[in-house]
Design a protein around this ligand. Structure first.
Ligand SMILES: Nc1ncnc2c1ncn2[C@@H]1O[C@H](COP(=O)(O)OP(=O)(O)O)[C@@H](O)[C@H]1O
Ligand SMILES: [Mg+2]
Length: 248
């Protein structure tokens, strides 16, 4: 099983939109997929109609509940879900009690390799202990970057953190998200990408109301957009790059 994390230090950059659409596209391409929502806000869980399961997370760490019990169905074939709830705000503390502390999440994911070929982690925006666990567990960390200087700075901060902590920088794969080519700065940064984007995935997710409407439809846009929709084509391209890099 391969593990793909959607992470960024910043919120509101399209992590959840990408996690939900990539998980959907993986499943639609016959890859048995588990989406684990690690963000206490539970947005990915909400899109996939996953009921929150208060208390269960703690009992997994206490050893009284097998981690597999956290899994619930999604409305889609080949796609299952571990929903988040507000108790996920304690995940940082729970993970710290496990030895070695950075490998707790990786170990929790291990049993899933029998049933799934891909785990997609939708991450909260932080550089916390949970993030350390995510960086350790993930084979690829896809980082949505809005083509603005502040968003690029957040990427550079994560890249610097990786170097400082001796983490594998090659795992970090940024991509442009919420890109609006009508804006001069967006266009410039896409056409002449700065150094931080050197190992970027090529797909550029456009700013599109079809993506925003996911909230109204409560579904990944890949499930309802017409096949020629530009945002859908961009997510499909992103999926092709990710699946090729992960050899799925
Ligand atoms: N490509 C896009 N175009 C337009 N709106 C988007 C796009 N991606 C995300 N959004 C919207 O922006 C908001 C934040 O997106 P989300 O994926 O939840 O970000 P994050 O998980 O990084 O916080 C949501 O309301 C979402 O619908
Ligand atoms: Mg999110």
């Amino acid at each position: 099983m391969k593990t793909l994390a959607l992470h960024n230090l910043k919120g509101g950059v399209g992590k959840t939109a990408a996690a939900v659409n990539l998980a959907y596209l993986a499943a639609a391409n016959d890859v048995p997929t588990l989406l684990w929502d690690l963000d206490p806000q539970g947005a990915a869980s909400w899109y996939f109609h996953g009921e929150p399961q208060e208390q269960k997370l703690k009992s997994v760490f206490q050893g009284s509940t097998p981690v597999g019990r956290l899994v619930v169905p999604s409305p889609y074939e080949n796609l299952k879900l571990i929903p988040a709830d507000l108790s996920y705000r304690y995940l940082d503390i729970l993970l710290k009690k496990v030895e070695p502390p950075r490998e707790a999440l990786k170990r929790l994911l291990k049993p899933f390799s029998e049933q799934f070929a891909l785990a997609v982690l939708d991450c909260p925006p932080s550089l916390s202990h949970l993030a350390d666990n995510i960086f350790e567990a993930a084979d690829m960390i896809a980082v949505p970057v809005v083509p603005t200087f502040l968003s690029l700075r957040a990427l550079e901060q994560v890249q610097a953190y990786f170097k400082q902590e001796g983490l594998d920088v090659r795992k970090l794969r940024p991509f442009y998200s919420m890109a609006d080519r009508r804006r001069g700065l967006h266009r410039e940064l896409i056409e002449q990408p700065p150094l931080a984007m050197a190992r970027a995935l090529k797909a550029v997710i456009p700013y599109a109301s079809m993506v925003e409407r996911m909230g109204e439809r409560r579904a990944p846009m890949a499930a309802y957009a017409p096949s020629e929709d530009p945002a859908l084509l961009a997510y499909a391209e992103l999926w092709l790059e990710v699946s090729a890099a992960l050899r799925l």
